[in-house]
Design a protein around this ligand. Structure first.
Ligand code: KG4
Ligand code: ZN
Length: 338
C-alpha cells in the first residue's frame, strides 16, 4: 500500500530529547535529536549576577534558576521549531552540583514529563561533559581517553563505551577550573576568572615566573601548591610592581596548570595505550591547553562550558525512567560516575 499511515512529517522526525541543566550558575535547555544533531542550545549565564560576590552564591543561583528556567526552555523549543508535543523524552542533570540549583531543574523536568506523560532520563553531569563529544557534526565514538577539567572536577577517564567510564586519575584537592578562578581572583580579575586569566596570560611571558607543577602519585592531580605559590608571589610585590607583572604572573600560573594537565594525560596514554585523547569541561576552552595538545579532540567552545545539549546527548545512551517512577528521584551533590 502506498503512503504513510501517519501524518507525513511524523515518521520522518526523529524523536527529540529536551535537555535541562541547572547544576551550577548556568540555566540551560536544549533540544537534541536521536542522531545527535543539536536543534537548539540555549544557555543563560548568571555569571554577571554572581560577579559582585566573587563566586557562585548557591541560594542566589537557585532563585535565579527558578526565574530563568521556563523562559529558557520555551526559547529552546522555539529555536528548535517544536512544541512539547514534538518531544519524546526529557533529560535532566541530577548531580553532582549545588543541590538547591539541581532541584530547580529536576522539579521542572518532572513537571514537564508528568504533564505530557513522557519518560524522564536523569543524567550525571560528568557523563554529560563526556557526551558533549558524541554530538554531531563531528561525533567521537568510544573508546578514548578523556580529560575532564571543569570548575568542580578534574578527571582522567577511560571512556569504554557511550555510558561506561573508568576513572584513571582525579584531583586530590582543587579542580583545575577552581585553580584558575582562585588565581584570577588573586590577580584582581573579575569572576568567572578562567577566561579572564586566559586572556591576560596572552600578554605575559610564561617563563618570567616558574610555578611548581605538582607530581602526585599515579595519574592524580594537585593544584593547591601552585595556588599557594601564586599567593606568595602576589604578596611579595608592591602594588605598582604587581600591576606591571600581572600578565607575567597569569602566564606562568596558567603554564603550570596546563603542564600538570598535559603531563598526566600523556602519562595515561603511555600507560594504557589510548589512541585518542579528548578534552572536555570549561577548562577545555583554555587557549594554552588547546595549543599544548594540538592532537587532542576538543568539543566546540560552546559545548565545553556547562550546557544542556550535552545532557540530552548523554540521555541518548541511557535507559529512560517511565511515568510515574521518576517522581521519587532526588538530586545529589557529589559525583557517582567515576
Ligand atoms: O564545565 P564548567 O562550565 O562548569 C563546571 O562544571 O564546573 O566549567 C567552568 C570552569 C570555571 O572554573 C571557569 O573559570 C573555567 O571552567 N574556564 C576556563 C576557561 N573557560 C572556562 N578556564 C581556563 N581558561 C578558559 N578559557
Ligand atoms: Zn560542568
Amino acid at each position: 500500500m502506498e503512503g504513510p499511515a501517519f501524518g507525513a512529517g511524523e515518521r520522518l522526525t526523529p524523536a527529540l530529547i529536551l535537555g535541562i541543566e541547572t547544576s551550577c550558575d548556568e540555566t540551560a535547555a536544549a533540544v537534541v535529536d536521536e542522531e545527535g544533531n543539536v536543534r537548539s542550545n540555549v544557555v543563560s549565564s548568571q555569571a554577571a549576577l554572581h560577579a559582585r560576590y566573587g563566586g557562585v552564591v548557591p541560594e542566589v543561583a537557585s532563585r535565579r534558576h527558578l526565574e530563568l528556567l521556563l523562559p529558557v526552555v520555551r526559547e529552546a523549543l522555539e529555536r528548535a521549531g517544536v512544541g512539547l508535543e514534538g518531544v519524546g523524552r526529557v533529560a535532566v542533570t541530577r548531580g553532582p552540583g549545588l543541590v538547591g540549583a539541581l532541584l530547580v531543574g529536576l522539579s521542572a523536568a518532572k513537571a514537564i514529563a508528568l504533564a505530557r506523560r513522557l519518560p524522564l532520563v536523569p543524567v550525571d553531569h560528568l557523563h554529560g561533559h563526556v557526551a558533549s563529544l558524541f554530538l554531531r557534526p563531528r561525533p567521537l565514538a568510544p573508546p578514548f581517553l578523556c580529560l575532564l577539567a571543569s570548575g568542580g572536577h578534574t578527571l582522567l577517564l577511560d571512556v569504554q563505551d557511550y555510558s561506561t567510564f573508568k576513572r584513571l586519575g582525579s584531583t586530590i584537592d582543587d579542580a583545575a577550573g577552581e585553580a584558575f578562578d582562585k588565581g584570577a581572583r588573586m590577580l584582581g580579575l573579575p569572576y568567572p576568572g578562567g577566561p579572564a586569566l586566559d586572556a591576560l596570560a596572552r600578554r605575559g611571558d610564561p617563563e618570567a615566573y616558574m610555578f611548581p607543577v605538582a607530581r602526585v602519585g599515579g595519574l592524580d592531580f594537585s593544584f593547591s601548591g601552585v595556588k599557594t605559590a601564586l599567593l606568595y608571589a602576589v604578596r611579595g610585590l608592591e602594588p605598582a610592581e604587581l600591576e606591571r607583572r600581572r600578565a607575567d604572573l597569569a602566564a606562568g600560573y596558567q603554564r603550570a596548570i596546563v603542564r600538570a594537565l598535559v603531563e598526566r594525560a600523556l602519562a595515561a596514554i603511555e600507560r594504557h595505550g589510548f589512541e585518542r585523547l579528548a578534552i572536555v569541561g570549561g577548562v577545555a576552552a583554555n587557549s594554552a591547553l588547546r595549543a599544548a595538545l594540538p592532537a587532542a579532540i576538543a568539543a566546540p567552545l560552546e559545548l565545553c562550558t556547562d550546557n544542556a545539549a550535552m545532557i540530552a546527548s548523554a540521555a541518548r545512551h541511557l535507559q529512560p525512567i517511565s511515568y510515574p517512577h521518576y517522581l521519587a528521584l532526588d538530586a545529589f551533590a557529589s559525583s557517582r560516575t567515576a
